[in-house]
Design a protein around this ligand. Structure first.
Ligand code: URA
Length: 215
């Protein structure tokens, strides 16, 4: 593993732990999403990064590839990270649920939000990922991630952009890139401005965490 942090953090164990968790997730049948998935989507990026990003759950493209954030929302996420000179290889990226949640409407299969029971069933995997990675900062993308990680009563429009404590990390939530993509006109401008502000604050903490780990 080519990382700044692997030696100091006892790298082998962390990668083995994550590989074992990914294996468990790949055969998980704890909820009904197992019966409709193509692939589980465990996570990607640098498991030694001080920054973990948590989205909602895989969509169609992620289900097809087994990788998080590979669709349109993923492209926007890349742009958001690029605004602070980061790439998805600099962070660890995962989701609250590891399988695509779908609904059939008029003969078409569409994405839907994961249900509470599905989020709860998947929660031990997310917790175990956080425990293995030990991020200094967690950025929740959207309400479901913020409710799962920060506070069940979290309201994204009210509470985003503020720092909280969760799992021994500094945690913040911002709007989900898919939500940003659904905005238009002035709403779009305003939503983007807030997301860009949030990522700047996260980046400042990321730089501090890197400095602290080097010291
Ligand atoms: N939306 C998410 O929340 N996660 C993904 O991986 C893709 C889209």
């Amino acid at each position: 593993m080519d990382s700044l942090f692997d030696v100091a953090e006892g790298g082998e164990d962390r990668e083995e732990r994550l590989a074992e968790l990914a294996r468990q997730v790949s055969v998980c049948t704890k909820c009904d999403l197992a019966s409709t998935r193509t692939n589980t989507v465990f996570g990607s990026g640098d498991p030694y990064s001080p920054l973990m990003l948590v989205g909602e759950g895989p969509g169609e493209n992620e289900d097809a590839t087994g990788l998080p954030f590979v669709g349109r929302a993923g492209k926007l996420l890349d742009d958001i990270l690029a605004a602070v000179n980061l790439t998805r290889d600099d962070v660890y990226l995962t989701n609250v649920v590891k399988c695509r949640a779908t609904i059939e409407e008029n003969g078409r299969v569409r994405n839907r939000q994961p249900r509470t029971a599905e989020i709860n069933a998947c929660n031990p995997y997310l917790r175990a990922q956080i425990e293995a990675i030990k991020p200094d900062i967690i950025l929740c993308l959207g309400g479901p991630a913020a409710k799962t990680i920060i506070d069940r009563d979290f309201r994204i429009t009210r509470d985003r952009g503020r720092w909280y404590e969760a799992f021994g990390a500094k945690a913040m939530a911002t709007f989900h890139p898919a939500y940003v993509l659904r905005q238009h006109g002035d709403e779009l401008k305003q939503t983007k401005r807030l997301v860009w502000k949030d990522i700047q604050a996260v980046h400042a903490e990321y730089l501090k965490a890197i400095e602290a780990r080097r010291a």
